[in-house]
Write a protein that binds this ligand. Structure first.
Ligand code: APR
Ligand code: ZN
Length: 365
């Protein structure tokens, strides 16, 4: 039964860099061919949302924020065959075309059709077109998205946990499993303990890492780190690299995960690993923040510097698998959620990210 009408909803809209986003009334279109309408039930506030408005990135404005969410499919556009109404779904900000060079090579996270600037897609406020973050704009009561941007998960997964599977958890867990392939007994450093870094800690513990050294600038992150399974917690200061070496027989760790998104912390991660060790850049930094590595050091250290985009995951395969782990209790992501709030309070969650306070704030609808 097609209702096929544009609807007016509330959404978190950023009007420009440096300006606090506000909840606005927004018109979203009816689902077109191949699209679905999703009633959002929970949405996480991710550091990338902050990066949109604090000058780190330069998106087009006005912009509906949000890209980490779960909800219920409420309406199907023409030709939608892989979903039905009432299904519980996680939003995917990097839907794979399955046809481009990277997709056919098994790397859907590099899909050549994703990451293009989002068109306004008929989303408006007071008649003015709005952009939507990563094709989603999920800090909103409803979204209309491609059927390929939603992934069904079992109805038993609580919405607030399902939401996190779509960004922080897929990214942090994928960095450990898919990019670094951490093995039992190895040593791991995780720098930056937000939703992404704590997910990396969880996955490292699950992989059987013998030592998980969690690092942050905020001392209060120590208890979150140990709840996630870190064996050590260190404050990020001038003596950090020395402290990490002291705890790894003077050599440095096997892997370091940079989950902040800054050149300085990438350099620290580099110096934290042993000869031949691997640095995985998970954080998304700014264009003008340049990493400095000595040419002789790059040669002599034998280290590998790699990034992990969206956890080098196939979301269609890995999100349902993570959902099963959550249901089985083998992946307990509840410690990641430190604040629960209404949409109107989302700006305060962005402020907390600026201060490095708590981990994920999840908006419920
Ligand atoms: N050293 C160590 N930790 C730091 C430093 C530093 N110099 N600067 C900031 N941090 C910590 C913050 O205190 C915070 O705990 O990094 C953490 C980042 O966590 P969040 O802000 O919650 O970010 P998150 O959503 O987890 O995303 C992390 O991954 O996807 C990307 O764009 C995202 O770059 C961001 C990163
Ligand atoms: Zn995110």
């Amino acid at each position: 039964p097609a209702t096929s009408a544009a609807t007016t909803i509330s959404a978190l809209v950023a009007r420009g860099a440096g300006r606090p986003p506000t909840v606005e009334r927004v018109v979203i279109p009816a689902p077109g061919p191949g699209q679905v309408r999703v009633a959002i039930r929970a949405a996480g506030v991710c550091h990338s949302d902050l990066s949109m408005i604090d000058g780190t990135l330069a998106p087009a404005f006005p912009l509906v924020l949000g890209h980490e969410a779960a909800g219920i499919v409420t309406e199907l556009g023409a030709g939608v065959d892989r979903l039905s109404g009432g299904e519980r779904v996680v939003l995917n900000w990097s839907p794979a075309c399955r046809a481009c060079w990277h997709c056919t090579a098994g790397r859907p996270w590099f899909c050549e059709t994703s990451g293009r600037p989002s068109a306004a897609r008929g989303t408006t406020a007071d008649g003015t077109p709005l952009h939507v973050t990563l094709g989603l704009g999920a800090l909103a009561e409803e979204v209309v998205v491609s059927q390929h941007a939603v992934i069904p998960v079992p109805a038993a997964v609580p919405f607030e946990q399902a939401a996190l599977l779509g960004c922080a958890v897929l990214t942090g867990v994928g960095a450990v499993r898919n990019t670094a392939r951490v093995a039992a007994g190895e040593s791991v450093v995780v720098i930056g303990l937000g939703g992404v870094g704590l997910s990396a800690v969880l996955a490292a513990r699950e992989a059987g890492a013998a030592q998980i050294i969690a690092v942050d600038v905020a001392a209060a992150k120590g208890s979150l780190a140990s709840a996630a399974g870190a064996t050590d917690f260190l404050l990020s200061d001038e003596s950090l690299v020395r402290a990490i070496r002291e705890r790894t027989d003077g050599r440095g760790a096997d892997h370091a995960f940079e989950c902040v998104g800054r050149a300085k912390t990438i350099e620290t991660a580099w110096r934290s690993v042993r000869r031949g060790g691997g640095v995985i850049v998970v954080g998304m930094g700014g264009r003008d923040d340049v990493v400095g590595l000595g040419a002789l050091d790059v040669f002599h250290s034998g280290r590998v510097l790699r990034s992990s985009v969206y956890g080098a995951a196939d979301p269609d395969r890995d999100v349902p698998a993570l959902a099963e782990e959550v249901l089985a209790g083998t992946l307990d992501i509840r410690p990641l959620i430190t604040h629960r709030l209404a949409l109107a309070e989302a700006p305060s969650a962005l402020d907390r990210l600026t201060r490095g306070e708590g981990a994920r704030s999840v908006v419920s609808f």
